[in-house]
Design a protein around this ligand. Structure first.
Ligand SMILES: CC(=O)SCCNC(=O)CCNC(=O)[C@H](O)C(C)(C)COP(=O)(O)OP(=O)(O)OC[C@H]1O[C@@H](n2cnc3c(N)ncnc32)[C@H](O)[C@@H]1OP(=O)(O)O
Ligand SMILES: CC(C)C(=O)C(=O)O
Length: 565
């Protein structure tokens, strides 16, 4: 970026308000949500929705619990008009939902808008005209007085049209479009003049929508503007202050949150932030931000994958893989320390009884939005032993002893370094099988028999005698020995006849559940006279045989794979 161009831009003026109160406020309840997916979202699509798609989107958002829905700009196109008619004529609007229609403050457009809503039970007619300094000068070439007259005329036309449709309950919304580019006292003046015409009451309040049509400044300034506006209104109680932000600086969610603290009561936005340019505020993020603070957002987001599917198909826009709460990768940790912390945090959460979610790196329980734990940890070269152990446990039921995690983590690390890509879960399991379960050279178990077992009340230790047949480099060898138990006897037989000395340093076992046909796994760590240590694993329906296999697995790994210390 060239320095000389910096003079093209100037800083946005601050709002003078020494005793702003919003910084100390909190969001404690959900606002009234108004979805503008079918209007502001739709008008920004490369290929706007046809009638069927609009209907599908309408069903999706009513299903989520939106009670106010801007269904379109009926005077703008045939589809918009037709869609409004279909909703009304086919009685598709749920009892507790109110549709909203947008119109500019222009006579023929207002007239057509009212025609489109004939027969509706209740409607919000949303009137707007731009009031900003820039648009007054460059688009309208009107002074302040003329802009006020334009808005007042629009409001008067609403009142006139209303008389033709006595069967409908009308509510109104007025937007000084480009509010954030308008002098505050002028925006207030226009709104109050419109209020004078529409005569709202405490019982039938006018929605005053204060849009950041283009996001021009930091979110605190928008909050100041909202607080200033609320404080200075003559009749605050007859208005519902509505927020409508865009995301030009990437702060629409933050701006809306601060503005809610500043007095906003209603929010217009879209799913996943679709909308003009960088989009409207993303209601999914806003609502789930509230949810993570223990505030009921009063929207159903429990099946976020369904929302994504329908949204992507209808809007032909992808949801970014890192989109808050929704992206494909947001419940996934690749890096080792994150995996380790999530793994431990999940365990602590499952063991705990407070019911409060507290898992490092995961601000929300994925299952609350219909996502599963399985996809949380994925393995690539950035991953660590904890993540690998998590996958072995959650996907395959192998609870690797903690002291074994580094060894298998290193095995997987060598594969990911070599492949240079993410490993699929079945590839991790295949590596595990080859490394521990299928390794059978030089020693392969051909037969194992516990010849005698003796347990006596008088003798403290039990005794056992075993016979086993091993194939060693293709040659069958029979061994016999006595010991404290079958495992001890087997190790004695090996040491005396085949391998020389070694020492068992760790032993773990557990039942295997789920898809495995075997039902027990044994993990044995052996220290060898050369100072090396190696884990071995055995799986069998008989836990004794599983432990025998685990010993051979370790011996084979020690012989073949040069395990590290
Ligand atoms: C910030 C927002 O998202 S606002 C919503 C914007 N959405 C849309 O515009 C989508 C649909 N719009 C349309 O299809 C068209 O613009 C229509 C049907 C509304 C109007 O169509 P047209 O009149 O043919 O075209 P166009 O929009 O270019 O009209 C511009 C004229 O309207 C005037 N105008 C624009 N906004 C307003 C307004 N709110 N009130 C009064 N006049 C307005 C302009 O000054 C301009 O006047 P001019 O012709 O004397 O120069
Ligand atoms: C019509 C108005 C509310 C609008 O869409 C905007 O200002 O972005």
């Amino acid at each position: 970026m060239k320095q000389k161009y910096i003079n093209k831009y100037r800083p946005y003026p601050a709002v003078v308000m020494p005793q702003r109160s919003w910084p100390d406020k909190r969001i404690e309840k959900a606002p009234t949500w108004c979805s503008v997916d079918l209007r502001d979202g739709n008008q920004a699509l490369i290929q706007p929705m046809n009638l069927e798609k609009k209907l599908e989107m309408f069903r999706l958002i009513t299903g989520m619990g939106f009670k106010e829905i801007e269904v379109g700009f009926p005077s703008a196109s045939e589809v918009e008009y037709e869609f409004t008619r279909v909703l009304i004529e086919q009685n598709l609007i749920p009892e507790d939902v109110v549709i909203q229609v947008l119109t500019q403050a222009r006579e023929h457009l207002i007239h057509k808008t009212f025609e489109s809503i004939k027969g509706a039970r209740e409607v919000i007619v949303h009137l707007y005209n731009s009031t900003s300094v820039l648009q007054r000068r460059t688009v309208f070439r009107m002074n302040r007085r003329e802009i006020v007259e334009l808005a007042v005329k629009g409001a008067q036309l609403l009142k006139e049209e209303e008389k033709k449709y006595p069967e409908t309950r009308f509510r109104y919304e007025y937007s000084p479009e480009s509010f954030t580019g308008t002098e505050l006292e002028f925006a207030l003046e226009v709104c109050e003049r419109v209020m004078e015409v529409l005569q709202p009451t405490k019982e039938n309040r006018l929605i005053i929508n204060l849009p950041a049509t283009v996001e021009l400044a930091t979110p605190n300034i928008y909050a100041d503007q909202i607080e200033w506006f609320c404080r200075n209104m003559t009749d605050r109680e007859s208005a519902i202050i509505s927020l409508h932000t865009h995301n030009d600086r990437g702060c629409a969610v933050a701006a809306t949150e601060l503005a809610l603290m500043a007095g906003g009561e209603r929010v217009e936005g879209t799913l996943f932030g679709n909308g003009e340019r960088t989009g409207n505020v993303d209601i999914v993020t806003l609502a789930l931000n509230m949810f993570t603070q223990g505030v009921d957002p009063e929207l159903d987001l429990s099946d976020i994958n369904k929302l994504i599917d329908v949204y992507e198909r209808i809007c032909r826009l992808p949801v970014h893989p890192r989109h808050p709460y929704a992206g494909e990768l947001v419940y996934t940790a690749f890096s080792g320390s994150h995996q380790d912390a999530i793994n431990k945090g999940m365990q602590a959460y499952q063991d705990g009884d407070s019911g409060r979610w507290a898992v490092p790196y995961l601000p929300i329980d994925p299952s609350d939005v219909g996502r599963t734990y399985e996809s949380i940890i994925r393995i690539n070269s950035q991953s660590g032993k904890g993540g690998v152990a998590y996958v072995m446990d959650k996907d395959f039921g192998f609870k690797l002893p903690k002291s074994m995690h580094p060894e298998f983590g290193n095995v997987i690390q060598r594969v990911t370094d070599k492949e240079g890509r993410e490993l699929q879960r079945r590839e991790i399991f295949k590596t595990f099988e080859q490394e521990y379960l299928k390794i059978d050279t030089p020693y392969k178990l051909k037969g194992f028999h516990v010849a005698k077992r003796h347990i006596s009340a008088e003798i403290p230790e039990s005794r056992a005698e075993i016979e086993a047949t091993l194939s060693i480099d293709g040659r069958d060898v029979e061994i016999f020995a006595k010991g404290n138990g079958p495992l001890d006897a087997f190790c004695t037989a090996l040491k005396e006849n085949i391998t020389g000395d070694f020492r068992l340093t760790s032993y773990h076992e557990h039942a295997l559940e789920g898809g495995s046909s075997a039902n027990a796994a044994a993990y044995i760590e052996i220290r060898y006279p050369d100072g090396l240590k190696a884990w071995g694993i055995g799986v069998d329906t008989d836990i004794i045989v599983a432990s025998i296999k685990a010993v051979l697995s370790s011996l084979n790994r020690h012989s073949n794979l040069k395990p590290r210390k």
